[in-house]
Write a protein that binds this ligand. Structure first.
Ligand code: SAJ
Length: 417
C-alpha cells in the first residue's frame, strides 16, 4: 500500500510539494487552516498564481490522490511547510511551526517521519523534536530506529516563485536529519520526484544552508546597491560599471534596484543575525544597506519635484520583482506609498500591469491611483522606474522626452543618458 503523506500548509511551497508527491504515487492529505485553500484544492483549483501548478493539482485531485482538510490526519510522513515570519527584534516567529507540530502530536504512534520544510533559524528542527517528546514522553526522536521513534528531518525548500514546478524537480536538495536514518528516509521520499542531487547532512547545517543561500544574495545585492550610490556620486552609470566589471572571469556582481523585496531574501538573513548578533556584522550591514535604498530613491524623486505646483509623479511598478503580481515586502510599493504621503500636494500615478486594483495597503493614500503607462508618461513631471516589468522595457527612452527619470533598474540607461 502506498504511504500516506500529510502536507501541512498548502501555500506557495506546500501545495506544489503535495501535488508533485501525489503525481508520483503517494496518497497525499493536504492540511490548511484556511477554508479558501482547502476548498480550492478539493475543487481541483489553486488559490494563488503559479505556472503549471493548476494542471498538477487538478490531475491529482481528479485521480483521488490529493485531498485537503483542516484537521491533521494520521499519516506515515508529515511535511510541515508553514510560514516563519519574523517577530519583534527580527527573531524568527516559530508559532506556526509549533501549531502545526501540536496538531500532529496526537496522531503519532512511532515510526513516522516528520519533515520540516519551512525556512528556519538554527535549532528549529531540534526544537520541533523536543516539542514532540515533551508532549509525548513515550516517543523518542534520537534513536536509530525502534518502534517508538519518530524520525525528524529538515529539508528546506529552495524554489524560485514563478518557476516552482520546474525547480522542485530540477534543483538539488539538502536534507538534514536529526539522525542519519531520518535523513535517509527523507531522501527516499524526495527521490521519488527530484531529479537533482540530494545531499545529506545534519539538521543545523541544513537550516543554515538555506539561510546562507538567501544571505549570499542579499549581501551581493547590497554590494550592487551601494555601488549604485557610489557610481552616482562619481558621475558614472552603475549598470555600465557592473557590466564591465563582470567581464572579469571571477567577478559576478548582481543588479542594483530600489531595495530588496519578497518574503525570503529580505527576511532570512535576520535569522542568522538574531542567532549570532555579535558576529553576523556583514550580513546585518547588507540588510541595512538594502533596507535604506528605498529612502535614497524617494529623496531623488522628491528632489525633482521640489518647488513645483501640483506635480505628477509616475511610479512604474509596485511588485517586488518583474512580471509578477506579488507585492510582499515590495520596496516599489513602499516607495510609491511614501512619495504620496510625503508629497501630499502631488499626484502619484502608479502603473502596475499585473493588477486590476490597488492593494489594501494603498487604499488610504488618496493622492495615489492606478494609471495606464501612456497616461503616466504623458502627465508626469518625474518618472520613477521601480520594477523592470516587460511592459516598461518595451517603452523607448525617446518616448520620455525631457521628463526627468529615476531609473532604479537601468531599463532605459543606454538611451536615456
Ligand atoms: N534583486 C535585486 N538584484 C538582483 C537580484 C534580485 O535587486 O540582482 C531583488 C529582486 O528585485 C527582489 C529580491 O531581490 O526584490 C528577491 O528576488 P529574487 O528573484 O532574487 O529571489 P526570491 O526572493 O523570489 O527567491 C529567493 C530564491 N533564493 C535564491 O536565489 C538564493 C529562491 O531560490 C528561494 O527558494 C526563495 O528566495 C525562498 O523561498 O527562500
Amino acid at each position: 500500500m502506498s504511504q500516506r503523506v500529510a502536507v501541512i500548509g498548502l501555500g506557495y511551497i506546500g501545495l506544489p510539494t503535495a501535488a508533485i508527491l501525489a503525481s508520483h504515487g503517494y496518497q497525499v492529505l493536504g492540511v490548511d487552516v484556511s477554508d479558501k485553500h482547502v476548498n480550492a484544492v478539493n475543487a481541483g483549483q489553486i488559490p494563488f498564481v503559479e505556472p503549471d501548478l493548476g494542471t498538477h493539482v487538478a490531475g491529482a485531485v481528479s485521480q483521488g490522490l490529493l485531498t485537503a482538510q483542516k484537521d491533521t490526519p494520521k499519516a506515515d510522513i508529515y511535511i510541515i511547510a508553514v510560514p516563519t515570519p519574523f517577530a519583534e527584534g527580527y527573531q524568527a516567529d516559530l508559532s506556526y511551526i509549533d501549531a502545526a507540530t501540536d496538531a500532529l502530536l496526537p496522531q503519532l504512534q512511532g515510526g513516522e517521519l516528520v519533515i520540516l520544510e519551512s525556512t528556519s533559524p538554527p535549532g528549529a528542527t531540534q526544537h520541533l523534536a523536543d516539542r514532540i517528546t515533551a508532549a509525548r514522553p513515550e516517543l523518542t526522536t534520537d534513536q536509530a530506529g525502534g518502534e517508538r521513534n519518530v524520525d525528524v528531518a529538515h529539508c528546506p525548500e529552495r524554489v524560485l516563485p514563478g518557476r516552482v514546478m520546474v525547480e522542485l524537480v530540477e534543483n538539488d536538495r539538502i536534507v538534514g536529519g536529526l539522525t542519519p536514518r531520518a535523513a535517509e528516509r527523507a531522501k527516499e521520499l524526495y527521490s521519488s520526484f527530484c531529479r537533482g542531487e540530494i545531499f545529506l547532512t545534519d539538521a543545523v547545517t541544513a537550516e543554515m544552508a538555506k539561510l546562507t543561500e538567501n544571505s549570499f544574495r542579499d549581501v551581493n545585492i547590497a554590494f550592487a546597491n551601494e555601488l549604485s550610490i557610489i557610481a552616482e556620486k562619481v558621475g558614472i552609470d552603475v549598470f555600465e560599471l557592473i557590466e564591465l566589471a563582470n567581464k572579469h572571469p571571477r567577478v559576478n556582481i548582481l543588479q542594483p534596484g530600489p531595495g530588496v523585496g519578497g518574503h525570503c531574501i529580505a527576511v532570512d538573513p535576520w535569522f542568522i543575525v538574531s542567532a549570532v548578533p555579535e558576529h553576523a556584522r556583514l550580513i546585518r550591514t547588507a540588510r541595512e544597506v538594502n533596507d535604506s535604498k528605498p529612502e535614497y530613491v524617494i529623496s531623488k524623486v522628491l528632489g525633482h519635484i521640489e518647488g513645483k505646483d501640483a506635480p505628477v509623479i509616475a511610479a512604474l511598478g509596485l511588485a517586488f520583482k518583474p512580471d509578477i503580481d506579488d507585492m510582499r515586502e515590495s520596496p516599489a510599493l513602499e516607495i510609491a506609498k511614501s512619495l504620496a504621503e510625503r508629497a501630499p500636494g502631488a499626484t502619484v500615478l502608479a502603473v502596475e500591469p499585473n493588477i486590476e486594483e490597488l492593494p489594501a495597503r494603498l487604499h488610504g493614500t488618496s493622492n495615489l491611483r492606478l494609471a495606464t503607462i501612456e497616461e503616466a508618461l504623458t502627465d508626469a513631471d518625474v518618472v520613477a522606474l521601480l520594477v523592470d516589468h516587460r511592459e516598461f522595457k518595451a517603452v523607448a527612452a525617446d518616448q520620455l522626452g525631457s521628463t526627468p527619470v529615476v531609473d532604479t533598474r537601468g531599463v532605459w540607461r543606454s538611451e536615456a543618458k
